[in-house]
Every structure is written in C-alpha cells, then in structure tokens.
Design a protein around this ligand. Sequence first.
Ligand code: FMN
Length: 435
Amino acid sequence: MLDEPVSADQEITALAQALAAQGRHPMLVFNHVGDLGVQVVTNVFASRERVARILGTDVPGLHAQYQLRSRQRTTPRLVEHGPVLDLVQRGDQVDLRQLPMLRHFESDRGPYITNAILIAEHPDTGVGNMSYHRSMVHSPTEIATSLHSRGDLWRLAQLAKERGQVLPVAMVIGAHPLIMLAASARLPFDADEREVAGGLLGQAMEVIATPCHGLQVPAWAELVLEGVIDPMGFAEEGPFGEFTGYSSDRSTNNLFRVDAVLRRRDAILVDVLGGNSAEHLNLARIPRESEMVEKLRERFASVTALHYPTSGTHFHAYVALKQTRAGEARQVMLGLLGWDPYLKTVIAVDPDVDVTQDSQVLWALATHFQPHRDLLVVEGLPGSALDPSASGEGTTSRMGLDATRGPDFKGVLAVLSSEALTRAAAILAGLPRGS
Ligand SMILES: Cc1cc2nc3c(=O)[nH]c(=O)nc-3n(C[C@H](O)[C@H](O)[C@H](O)COP(=O)(O)O)c2cc1C
C-alpha cells in the first residue's frame, strides 16, 4: 500500500514495470492517485501464486483446480439490494468525465478503463456473457470500446444489428477477482460466464437487476455503467498499449451509450495493468491454459506438461510429452494450434525439459531440432487481430517445432556422478553465504 501521491498518468504502469524488472509482482494499492479521489488497486493477477491462493490451491494445482471449480456452474442469486446501488445516477446526472481512470502509456489515446467487463444477455434465451473490452470516454454520456476479439459479445451485437435493435449492456468496473477470472473465459455461446463465476466462488454470485435494462450484474461490484451498444454507432478509440507490448489502433470502434451509473459509496478503482504485463497475460490465459491442458490430456495421455511463457505473450506454448509413437509430437502440436485461437508457435519437448523455463526449452530447440525435418507450418488461419505481424484481417500462419529427441537421436547427456554432486553440495553448505 502506497501513501505517497502518484500521478494517474502512466506512473502506476511505470512503478509496476520497475517492480517486475526486479522479479516482484505484488498487488499494488494506491491511496492518492492524482485527483481521482478514490483508492486504486492493480496488479492483482500479476503473480500466479496469488491467483492460485485465491482459488485455494498452489501453482502446480492451478489448472486442475480452475477446471474443477469452473465446471460447478451455479445460477446467480438475484437480490434486491447490493452495495453497487449505493449511488445511482441516471439521465442528466450521468457525466462520464467524473469516472476515475488511468492513462497507462504515453502512446495511449488517453485514460482508459482496462478492467471493463461487459455483460450482455441474449434477447431470446437470456443467456449472459461477460467479456473484457478496453474503453475510453467518448462524450459525457458515451464510451468508445472495441470488440476486436470477436467473441460472444460481438455475436450478440451482430444479432442486434440484423434485427435493427440496440444491445443492452452493463459495464462492470471492479468485482471479486474470481468474477474477473470467469469473465476472461471463452465459453460456448449458450453458456453463461456468470454461472462459472459462481462455480469459482463456491457459491452463487449475488446479482442485482440494473435499473434501466434489468441486466444481472454483481451486487458487490465497485462501479457499473449500464446502457446500450448501438451496432450502427461509431466511436473512435485507440491507440492503446496492448498485450503484445505494442500500441494498437486496430479496433471495432463500438459506441456504448450510457443511461445510468451505479457505484458503491466507497468505490475503489480496480485496474488491470495494460501492455504485456504479467497481470494482463495471466488474467487472460489462466482459463485458456486450463481448458487446453485438459483437452490435450483427454486425447493424448503422453502429454506431461504445458506452459504458455510470458515472453511469448499469448502466441507461444511449450508442451512436454513422452512420445510412444513416431509423429505423436506433431499431432499434439497440431491439436494445440487448432484449438487455441491465439497460438502461433508451439514447441514440443521431452518430459525432462522444464517447460516453465524459457532457457531449457531453447536449449532443447538448439540441440534436438532439425529445421528441414522437425518444422511444420500451417498458413492462412484466423489469428489475433492485435498481432502486429498478422495481416489486417488478423490472418496468421502457425508453426510447430518438434524439439523432442526422437527415436534416432544419438546424443549422450553430459552428467555428473551423484558423489560429485553430493560433495559439491557439502562444500557449498560450509561456505559463508555470498562468498
Ligand atoms: C484484461 C483483458 C482485456 C481485454 N480486452 C479486450 C478488448 O479490448 N477487446 C476485445 O474484443 N477483447 C478483449 N479481451 C478478450 C476478451 O475479453 C476475451 O477473449 C473474452 O473471453 C471473450 O469472451 P467471449 O467469447 O465469451 O465474448 C480482453 C481480455 C482481458 C483479460
């Protein structure tokens, strides 16, 4: 917790980056940020240890625990009152210029809401969707946002457009971390992330109905904006510092008209650090990794470990497997490249290589991989619209690099005898620390 005043303009990102450079990923709480007048909390998801703890497990158990809990879907419980209804502003009272917001990078178009969870409901079935969308103030009553990942909210907006309607939406800014985690999951169109939130929480998520459109939003949220996305509207936004580490102006430029602002009396701004921060990457990928590990293991019993390295943003994965038949590594890599919407590069290694260590995977690549034999490339697939190297439509190629040793490999590992290792450990134990 920091009492020292900091600016709302980039200083929080700079502080978090400086800590990350030292290998430190604490949750950050700021009491005095510019003239925002609210406490700011950020970097909650920057440490996998912390996310695991919130889920009641440790890092090795993270994926299995996420899958287990997220499957215990629980219908939200509608309540009459909740802290988010402390203050309700409607009509002329709405002035979005009063929202607490941070500017994360110099290259950003302005201050952004990076933790904007948009909730919408299917007009016929009522099935809800939660997803994140970077957002900036367009006018006192309008927000400009981007649906570039073209997930379920995009589909709902298209449906509204076809029917000549607007799409009621609520933007949740600040909720329980497990609700935030559920919102980043990519579920089938007929599944509701609010039920997954209940599973992760271990109890139904309490929701209130928003006053104008009756959307079910977390009763304990810090701040909620409700209104409509006008599918025919246009509001320019971006550039914005994205998870790739690049500033991106690739946007669908959607217009969100705000009818009401709901907030707790003691609302805090819960921010998600932008750019290729550990926070953004963990939040976005823990549900995806968990789903992929399970899918892979169901089909390929040979898979022993899977890791998405931070160095590869969302585009790289390392998979370890104990091959039982020729070509198995290729098949596993093709499965992963096909299932995961973002992946561009998968490297397969043997189980003795620690996939959580970039250096070990790169050593396996350096010593086991023959490009003419072990590389597979698939072209012309949909990829991330934000990959600066992809085409404007987000088309990408994907590759698998088989860095397993294979049956004909002749290398002999240079190893040490257990006596030498034991003796070295004993000598080191006798030396003063630091000498
Ligand atoms: C912190 C964060 C920010 C994100 N920002 C955006 C964004 O600005 N636009 C977008 O289309 N997707 C964004 N995404 C990705 C979607 O929210 C995510 O893919 C979501 O799971 C889509 O879910 P859906 O398919 O259920 O709609 C973001 C994800 C995270 C975790």
